[in-house]
Write a protein that binds this ligand. Sequence first.
Ligand SMILES: *Cc1c(COP(=O)(O)O)cnc(C)c1O
Length: 402
Amino acid sequence: MSALYGTYARSDLAFERGEGVRLFAQDGTPYLDFHAGVAVNALGHGDPHMVAALKAAAEKVWHTANTFTIPEQERLGQRLVDNTFADACFFTNSGTEAVECAVKTARHYFWAKGETDRYEIIAFTGSFHGRTMGMIAASGNEHYLEGFGPPLAGFKHLAPGDLKAVEAAITPKTCAILIEPVQGEGGVTAMTGEYMRGLRALCDKHGMLLILDEVQCGYGRTGKFFAHEWSGIEPDIMAVAKGIGAGFPLGACLAKGEVAKSMIPGTHGSTYGGNPLASAMGNAVLDRMLAPGFFDHVDKMGQRLNWHLQQLAQRFPSQVLELRGKGLLAGIRIASPVRDVAVRLRDEHHMLAMTANENVLRLLPPLVVTEADIEEAMGKLTAVFEAIEAEAAGQASGNATA
Ligand SMILES: *Cc1c(COP(=O)(O)O)cnc(C)c1O
């Protein structure tokens, strides 16, 4: 029996090394990785620049508390500020802590202005914001709350997509709207640009803050640095993680200066958040991502992936029910149980893919994926759908002759 908590339905598969979009199991078998550790391995596996950066950082100071100046963190923060809407950053170790910081920042902003009753946040069904006590209350899925006692108060959940419902839910207590521009776990649902602009307008009209959770859809995944850039709006606060360290645990909360200014000494903290080692890795990721052409490549590969998935949908109309997502965060709502399809891909075709809610197969390859890799993945998906159809036909004819 494993010494670990049974919180995951783990496979026995263990990997020893990786190279680009490929992972090698302990017996040497290569796997095509369209899972990327849940959108974390943005640069694939074994990226030489990342390996060199980690080795160099290991020779320096690994950790100092955040009560000292951490030059690598200052530099990472400045680069994020220079390339986004934000004026200030707080570094965390994970995505859920980044959204926690976003929620704390929003509530504290109004509290510091004397609006102490203004703490409610409108969030959405199907959303996922992580697993802390605070963020299971923010997430729009009752299942995460079950058995964990009274949830943190102050979150109101609405179905995404309906601006009128949002406006109707706003009260004098509402301080912010919290949304993922592309819902990941919930089923790979991309919000439309019109909806995002509508939310921004409602926040402006009612003096509320727009908080984006770009932990999964940010950091290049959709073909721009951040997914909200597609809609032409800016948030007031944004949580990021996953791709930010490309495998090194790191997250960040980014905010406009006016919003972040009440977060004075004593209001928030993290022992590890943005320590020298983590910040060095964050900077190494930006070296690669902010290089000319990086996001163009992601955008192009996202379009190619979508084109190939459309071909697949035409070929298997009874299997592929709907295509979802944006860029290299792609979802296929399928007819067969999604877990079965993911297991067949893994065990029979050595391809790693994820599942999401609503019976969606989620494809999130490293952002360095090539069209040849995408074609290889499509070949494996085709083989699985062909096998499922052949089995169904066999059963049907078996029934007919019986
Ligand atoms: C993964 C995820 C989180 C939680 O991140 P952790 O690093 O697991 O804490 C929060 N929000 C979104 C949108 C995510 O995809």
